[in-house]
Design a protein around this ligand. Structure first.
Ligand SMILES: [Zn+2]
Length: 130
């Protein structure tokens, strides 16, 4: 299980949250969309102005179109659980759920080994001894 970065008090999410949410979601989380998203598209599921926390349990990746839908179409309901399962309810009451791909994120940058030696498979100490 991923370590979720701490919530922050500001509207802007932290860099750690940005990495976490993009690693968790990878694409637009709107059901059936799957469009790749840029690094600026981690959005509040419950708007910050409406009391939604800046927490990974309230942030998800949406493409521009679905971000616009999410923020400007009040008849659509977006809800997300702590483990990133997003439930979207349409104006007619149809519910769709999407789950994050569940891929482990890379370790945080500060704990990565130096890349100066090239890919690990090219390094002498990784070669079989015989
Ligand atoms: Zn989308």
């Amino acid at each position: 299980m991923l370590d979720r970065p701490a919530a922050v008090d500001t509207y802007e999410h932290s860099a750690a949250q940005d990495v976490f949410v993009h690693t968790r979601d990878r694409t637009c989380r709107f059901p059936g969309c799957g469009q790749r998203v840029g690094w600026a598209d981690a959005d509040h599921v419950i708007p910050h102005a409406h009391g939604g926390p800046t927490d990974c349990a309230n942030l998800c990746c949406l493409c521009r179109s679905h971000h616009r839908l999410q923020t400007s179409a009040p008849d659509w309901r977006f809800e997300m659980s702590a483990d990133g399962v997003l439930t979207v309810t349409t104006p007619s009451g149809t519910t769709r759920t999407t789950r994050p791909p569940g891929v482990r994120p890379p370790p945080p940058p500060e704990s990565l080994p130096s890349l100066d030696g090239g890919p690990p498979s090219d390094r002498a100490e990784d070669a079989p001894p015989y």
